[in-house]
Design a protein around this ligand. Structure first.
Ligand code: ZN
Length: 415
């Protein structure tokens, strides 16, 4: 990178690498903290501001604290899969995360929650008295190590329920058989393309009470999961306006949640997503913390039973029309022919020296008037030129010129 002043370099780095000291919570989260009388900063597990959470880091955190954990089993590559238990109540719930290895937000929130429940906060005591909580904080440690969705041999654990060919998923399936769990929480991360339909805010949290059959029938098992989701979203909607979505409920016969629901276990799918300018998902982690604690409280109090299914059904449906960046009104010219178009750019995450870096790629070209970017730039009909081509190419790295300005890794270099 040449001819770029120092301010541009700082700006670019802040977005491309996760710079932890820029992490500040938004004011709505502070309001939520005050309302619930839970100061998140007291319970935040340190050293987890990076999305890369390899099994060695998880292991060191578990071993250096008072966690009551056991080894559920070992992954294909011999990494331990942990089961943590907390509380002594008659009601029992199970949460698991990172069945997709590169989806660590809920694992990070889980460790914060454990710290909160380990405290003597009155709500923590109440929850522990009413509920026994089992956590599997990283079902796919091999994927977590490599920062990949799938396990070491390329199996998507969330599509392995029928084939049972992964080593890891059967540990979860056997655990579910051990106790008459009241609720199961299937915790994931979702991409920054998702947003509630009609909103230009990313879907920071998305939920689903999965279908148990093709007809998408609603029985009591599914209804209970809907009510618990309504409890969480009602508690958070003022703190996350326009940032909560609901997945559509097509039946996925090989998926984990759909099958547990079919086995009579009320299952909540929760996806931690993007929050504006928060690619490290630290704001999302805090929202996840409060959403889950709220659900625990609702289970402890049985207050979820008073929720309405219509509240669940009124959560905006998730749509996928967001890009990380959009350049609008880009002119492409060849001799006397020219046209104007929009360029949609998405980041791909890459693990480099144990840090996640964002690499920007052109993923759509043309009329993106029905889409939005988390950042948008109007090119004002400046002419596109890349090193290799005079035309934007799908799948190419987002490095190009717009007139005399440069775009590097998706970002307009000003100065
Ligand atoms: Zn996932």
């Amino acid at each position: 990178m040449t001819n770029v002043n120092i301010n541009c370099k700082i700006y670019k780095c802040a977005l491309v690498t996760f710079v932890t000291d820029l992490y500040k919570l938004n004011s709505l989260i502070f309001e939520l903290m005050k309302n619930l009388k839970i100061d998140y900063s007291l319970f935040k597990e340190r050293n987890l501001e990076n999305r890369y959470l390899p099994p060695s880091l998880l292991k060191s955190i578990l071993r250096s604290n008072a966690y009551d954990f056991s080894i559920l089993g070992k992954s294909f590559q011999g990494e331990e899969i942990f089961l943590i238990t907390q509380g002594s109540g008659k009601k029992r719930i199970l949460l698991w995360s990172q069945m997709h290895g590169n989806e660590s937000t809920a694992t990070r929130a889980m460790l914060d929650i454990w710290k909160f429940l380990h405290s003597t906060h009155p709500m923590a005591n109440h929850i522990k008295h009413e509920i026994t909580i089992d956590y599997i904080p990283q079902l796919n440690p091999d994927g977590a190590e490599k920062y990949t969705r799938r396990n070491a041999v390329g199996i998507d654990l969330n599509r392995d329920f029928l084939a049972k060919q992964s080593i890891e998923l059967p540990y979860l399936m056997n655990q579910v058989k051990k106790h008459p769990y009241h609720f199961l929480f299937n915790l994931h991360d979702q991409r920054s393309i998702f947003h509630p339909i009609g909103s230009k805010h990313p879907a920071t949290l998305s939920f689903l009470s999965p279908s148990f059959n093709k007809a998408r029938d609603v029985n009591l098992v599914r209804e209970n999961a809907m009510k618990l989701i309504a409890s969480m979203t009602n508690a958070l909607k003022l703190s996350l306006p326009q940032g909560i979505a609901r997945f559509t409920d097509e039946f996925y016969p090989k998926a984990t949640g759909d099958n547990f629901q079919n086995l009579g276990k009320s299952t909540i799918l929760m996806e931690c997503g993007h929050y504006p300018n928060d690619y490290a998902r630290n704001q999302t982690r805090v929202y996840t913390f409060y959403a889950l604690i709220n659900s625990f409280k609702a289970i402890a109090d049985d207050s979820w039973q008073e929720q309405k299914i219509t509240d669940y059904l009124s959560i905006s449906v998730n749509n996928d029309k967001a890009y990380d960046l959009i350049y609008r009104n880009v002119k492409v010219k060849n001799q006397d022919r020219e046209c104007s178009l929009d360029i949609g750019i998405l980041y791909k995450e890459k693990l480099v020296d144990n840090q996640i870096q964002l690499k920007a790629y052109i993923t759509e070209i043309g009329d993106l008037s029905d889409c939005f970017g988390h950042k948008e730039y109007d090119a004002h009909h400046q002419i596109f030129k890349a090193e290799e081509s005079d035309y934007p190419e799908l799948g190419s790295a987002a490095n190009f010129k717009l007139g005399d300005k440069s775009v590097e890794n998706g970002l307009l270099i000003i100065g």
